[in-house]
Design a protein around this ligand. Sequence first.
Ligand code: X8Z
Ligand code: ZN
Length: 596
Amino acid sequence: MKKSLATLALYGFIIAGINLANAAMTIQERADRFLELVNSGYQAISKVENEAQWKAVTDVKPEHDAAAEVAGKARAAFTGNPTLIREAKDLLKHKNSLKPITVRQLQRALLIAAEAPMTKPELAAARIEAEVKQASLMNSFEFKLKGKPITPNEIDNFLQTNINLEARLDVWKASKEIGPALKPGLVKLRELRNGVAKELGYADYFALQSASYDMTTEEMLKLQEDFMKELRPLYLQIHTYVKYELAKRYNQPVPKLIPAHWINNRWAQNWTGIVPAAADLDDRFNDKSPEWIVQRGEQFWKGLGFPSLPESFWKLSDLYPVKPGENRKKNTHASCWHIDLDKDIRSLMSVEPNSQWFETAHHELGHAYYDLSYSRPEVPPLLRTSANPAFHEGIAEFASLASWQPSYLKSLGVLPPQMEIDQLQFLLNDAIANSVPFIYWASGTMTHWEADIYANNLDPNQWNARWWKYVREFQGVEPPELRGEEFCDPATKTHINDAPCYYFSYPTATVIRFQLVDYICKNILKRPPQDANYANSKEAGKFLRSLMEKGATEDWRQLLKKTTGEGLSTRAMLDYFKPLTKWLEEQNKGRKIGWE
Ligand code: X8Z
Ligand code: ZN
């Protein structure tokens, strides 16, 4: 069809008008218009995708996987749109003429785009398909012990309580059976994840995830190594002490490295049950209901002055194990979901009444309250996340650490009010069960292994050998028996599959949470940090909220400095555990310290 001359003239007039308007628009106005669209589209499409993902992880079925895949692709069609990428990059060329909050949104839009850039649509689609497939396989995997199904909760409970080494070995091995099933998917995902990261100019996927801290791979690895260096003398004392305690428990000669199945956690990441004073705690939850456990988590945050959770949290969350007879598979690892980047916040857990879930419920609700705090008009949807991922985990871990404080447990009636507390033993438990060995697992094994597979492209034929090399070197733990390449033990850890190159956020969070504790105890509660009870302190809540409600609107380094008066540092963590040094050295007198 031919257009008439008059129409052409009119078009010319309109285009000239638009150009004039564009020219008159400042770069800030152009960015504002662009971001208004991106923010609203991002929030809307995130909700669609999160809803679909939520269904897929809470009820694993082919049709839910298919829906999650479609929703993932729809989201990528928006967040990874080439025009969006081009405009964000273009605007960032004028960084100096833009408000800092505008720059932060543009940078964040590009980080999100990099997860599935539609400049390479086949690659983005392949990644989404492979991610859904891997998650589905993992979430529906049935663990078996001697041919009979065993749930992850049962595995964990068994390792927490049974002291027969042969039986422990069987259960430990059963927990590793998922690895080989997940390895092919992980090999493929490594390539696809690195592929998408490269598309937007990152060297690999590890570099992309480090970028959310505004750091390079080298800087991130150095940070994690520094944590380990600074805590090393304490870790070596703890390692030695625990080794002797466990040898006594199992009536075995003292080993050089600790056999993995001697430790209660499947990955030797937390060493619970070593300190009797705190180990007895589990029984104290026997008479509680799972509902009570979750409600305590909410109550903890309400006591700090935060509001009740929205009603939808209780209606839509999936908090308890699948009931016997109910034919449904769900992800059994705890998580918290910000479905609509507003008030629809849900948690996925499998809560049973024990100390582990008590702590985890406090952790997850920490995420929920962080989400709620920054879901306000001043924070654009693109920045409704924490200042960096470690801040989210840090707030969550702040609550889990708080859940162990003896005075808090007394106030809840978990411990009898008149019970004499051996403060040192509780502190020892804090160190061993929650904090110090965890750093060597997280900054050491997890972070270095992921750096090797993503940044250094480690051959899949060396994956398991490298894993155990790191477990030995960093953690001082060894496999109970030879673990060849027919296994893929790293893939038994949830995050390796569904939160790649995220794990360095946890040790960083551990360090941050001690900084928060230190600040609150010294400046607000005026109590020793080792014996704090945050319950009902509105002042402490106000302090935390001042950090949480900012979301990602400010640079994390500045925010940390502004709130705690100090940059990221293990200083507070080292101070916290200082009272243990002398005691541990005395216990370990005459023993060979460490495993080298
Ligand atoms: O995955 C978690 C939370 C959910 S963000 C339960 N954590 C890490 C883990 O379980 O490995 C908490 C601490 C470490
Ligand atoms: Zn968490």
